[in-house]
Design a binder for this molecule. Structure first.
Ligand SMILES: Cc1cc2nc3c(=O)[nH]c(=O)nc-3n(C[C@H](O)[C@H](O)[C@H](O)COP(=O)(O)O)c2cc1C
Length: 733
């Protein structure tokens, strides 16, 4: 199974059989109306009522009764003959009163036929059974993939990340997967009987007749066999034919079938329900919800959810497909001097591999790129690169899950293998799979051209810097040109600009852009403080990302930009004057967003990193206790949002602020120093369940994590644990 892959099973069965399962799901949802409607139409009989009493009551109100049926909904239906006219009526079990005509279903027959046999008769029944089997496999593979994606049973309830389609697919899956599995299983059970693979009854009926003794036949109410039988167990009761003296009463119950003498009232014969019949009965109830309308409602909703599954599944498949580049310029593995192996779930790492391959080919190499599970070297191989993304709780992408084990078993060669990790620092196990690869390769004695480097959030800048180190190590003029796929952009106009340190070598500004008019706002979509705005400088295809200090609710888009010497985008942004515009798009940053909370919030930021934190405070209309630690260099130069912070304190949006400035005497040092000084207070906040958001440089985030680890130690907690509980998130640059 590992070779074929659960993912491939899920994907291909989902796309093909899933489309047909959609028909069964939707017709199933329609059929679920029946039990609901039936339960409205007639009252359920009290379970402890004896069948004899029921017979007595209905015999008084309905002439010519042939059969009494106790429906799964609990209602009683009486079949009778009036003249030569067959009739069926609901009756009230309390007094035998006729309530109205009975109809087996209010729905057109073809809906049931479509559900059971796709309108194709016997062949269709096999088809429907095949779809149920495929659905079962889809459900099992879904469970395996869900566990893999979430990182095990314990994390099954954790927040789902990924694109909107992925979130819909996974969240709906978590809710309805168990019911869908059950529905497929019960469908298969029922198909086994309809297709004749299993027989339900005991075979032949006993050949029994009433023994004519000259006595008059007993009325049903006096038959001891019926007096001892409760309606709760009854399925149906057939009356003897008045014109045939030898005819008998026959009764079907949940436990079996019996035949009763019409003169003595004795049970002439009894057959227990077979095991297969009992299983079938359970399957029927669970599959149709016939005897419990609330369950029918659940089944109906789950049936309809198949549509959501299938559509989101198709979108995910399409997204991955369009992201997974067909590698161009690939040489055969045996002839290539450079091999690139890729481990990717979402497909973006293949784009980086293509950029590396293009640069190496440009530099005169023959390059082969393939999936990591095919890792190997050939006599011609001179360099190997492994580009690996991390998923779940630090795991490999699905296709490469056995790759590590495989690599550990290979014979080591002298060819250098360099690992480049792709991950996201918001996950506790940042680039853990790439680290595991690096460790295994080094432990096995493979040399490396460069030490492990981990790319955060698919940063093309970081990739380019790694390319420069690679060029140096190879001694070749290599230029990595990774162009990410960029969504369509919207023009945003600058409306206000507040400059800081204008005459230093690192001028900074808070830039406020107007909410775009005429539909641009809709195209930009909803965003919140902490999300990212991608900005394309004129002439560049590579966006730069800035954390947003405002949300769409604020009606403007605000960022804080520091000049990066030689930086194309920051130079462009700092040169803007009110009225100028930029090309921008939004990239959500769900791991960093602040959920609505009543818990205290600890906001820690340094330099321009205060921007998203300012956005959180600005929106804090509910006065959640937010405590800000801000670190700058000099209050006269870089206390960004200083006046606003004072105002927010006054308005109660901010509960407290501690500032430190590293470049003035008695300034207090760095934020981590302030945290250490306030250890008692910070520990108390964390003990109360505070959420933590850290934004600033990588070095600052590291220093803060170390300080907090020491503060948390007496609580037997760590930053890693808070990250795993989604209480701690970093936005670093
Ligand atoms: C569901 C999910 C789980 C992830 N888990 C991790 C993780 O545990 N550690 C990590 O560093 N990155 C994690 N990431 C981030 C990805 O590794 C990162 O976005 C990578 O660049 C994706 O590359 P790909 O598109 O080639 O799969 C996760 C991403 C998603 C969508």
């Amino acid at each position: 199974m590992a070779r074929v892959g659960w993912k491939a099973i899920h994907r291909w069965l989902g796309l093909t059989a899933g489309a047909l399962a959609l028909v069964l799901g939707l017709t199933g949802a329609i059929l679920a109306f029946d039990p609901v409607q039936q339960s409205w139409q007639a009252p359920a009989a009290p379970g402890d009522l004896s069948v004899a009493t029921l017979v007595e009551r209905v015999a008084g109100t309905v002439p010519g009764i042939e059969e009494i049926r106790h429906l799964p909904s609990g209602a009683i239906v009486v079949f009778s003959f009036s003249g030569d006219q067959a009739q069926a009526h609901y009756v009230d079990p309390a007094d035998g009163r006729v309530l109205g005509a009975w109809q087996p279903s209010a729905l057109p027959r073809w809906v049931k036929s479509l559900h059971r046999s796709l309108l194709l008769g016997d062949a269709g029944r096999w088809g429907a059974a095949g779809i149920a089997l495929a659905m079962g496999l889809i459900c099992i593979s879904a469970l395996v993939l869900l566990l893999r994606r979430m990182g095990g049973w314990r994390r099954l309830g954790a927040r789902v990340r990924g694109s909107l389609a992925q979130r819909i697919h996974v969240v709906t899956g978590r809710v309805v997967l168990a019911v869908l599995c059950l529905t497929s299983l019960t469908a298969l059970t029922m198909s086994a009987s309809t297709l004749g693979l299993v027989t339900l009854d005991a075979g032949t009926e006993p050949d029994v007749v009433s023994v004519v003794t000259g006595q008059t036949a007993l009325p049903g109410a006096q038959l001891s066999a019926l007096q001892n039988l409760a309606v709760r167990d009854l399925r149906k009761l057939n009356f003897p034919d008045a014109s045939d003296p030898e005819d008998i009463w026959s009764v079907a119950t949940l436990q079996g079938e019996g035949w009763v003498d019409r003169y003595s009232g004795n049970m002439l014969a009894w057959q227990d329900a077979t095991f297969a019949q009992r299983i079938y009965d359970w399957a029927l109830v669970l599959h149709t919800g016939e005897s419990a309308w609330p369950w029918a409602v659940v089944l109906g909703l789950v049936g309809a959810s198949v549509l959501l599954f299938w559509l989101s599944g198709v979108v995910i498949w399409w997204q991955v497909r369009s992201q997974t580049l067909q590698i161009t310029g690939n040489s055969p593995l045996a002839q290539a001097d450079v091999l690139i192996f890729v481990a990717s779930e979402g497909g973006s790492t293949w784009g980086f591999a293509q950029a590396l391959q293009d640069a190496l080919i440009h530099s005169g190499h023959r390059v082969h790129t393939g999936a990591l599970e095919h890792f190997q070297t050939a006599p011609a191989t001179r360099q190997v690169f492994v580009l690996a993304a991390t998923y779940g709780e630090g795991q490999a992408p699905a296709h490469a899950k056995d790759a590590l084990e495989r690599i550990a078993k290979l014979t080591t060669s002298a060819v250098p293998v360099t690992v480049l990790g792709f991950g996201d620092r918001q996950y506790p196990a940042f680039c853990a799979f790439a680290e595991a690869l690096e460790q295994t390769l080094r432990a096995r004695g493979w040399p490396a051209l460069l030490p492990l480097e981990c790319i955060h959030q698919q940063s093309s800048q970081q990739f380019t810097r790694w390319g420069q180190a690679l060029a140096q190590a190879l001694g070749e003029p290599l230029v990595l040109d990774y162009v990410p796929r960029v969504p369509s952009t919207t023009a945003l106009t600058l409306v206000a600009r507040q400059g800081y340190r204008e005459h230093s070598d690192e001028p900074t500004a808070i830039l406020r852009f107007a909410w775009p008019a005429q539909g641009g706002g809709a195209r930009l979509g909803h965003f919140a403080a902490g999300d990212l705005v991608g900005i394309l400088a004129p002439g560049s295809a590579v966006p730069r990302y800035y954390s947003l200090a405002s949300g769409s609710q604020d009606g403007f888009l605000e960022i804080c930009v520091r000049l990066l010497p030689g930086g194309l985008c920051s130079t462009h942004l700092l040169g803007l004057q009110p009225g100028d515009s930029i090309a921008a798009f939004i990239r959500s940053n769900p791991g960093f967003a602040l959920p609505r909370t009543r818990r205290p919030v600890l906001l820690i930021g340094a330099g321009t990193g205060v921007a998203p934190l300012a956005g959180f405070i600005r929106r804090n209309d509910r006065h959640t206790p937010m405590h800000l630690y801000f670190g700058g260099r000099d209050p006269a130069q870089d206390f960004y949002f200083g006046p606003e912070i004072q105002r927010w304190l006054g308005e109660g949006r901010l509960a407290s602020v501690q500032t430190v400035f590293s470049r003035i005497p008695e300034g207090g040092g760095y934020v981590q120093d302030a945290l250490r000084r306030d250890a008692e207070r910070v520990r108390a906040l964390l003990a109360q369940g505070a959420l933590v958001r850290v934004c600033g440089s990588r070095a600052m985030a590291k220093g803060v994590a170390e300080a907090l680890d020491a503060i948390l130690a007496p609580l037997h907690l760590s930053v890693a644990q808070l990250k795993a509980k989604e209480r701690y998130a970093e936005d670093v640059f």
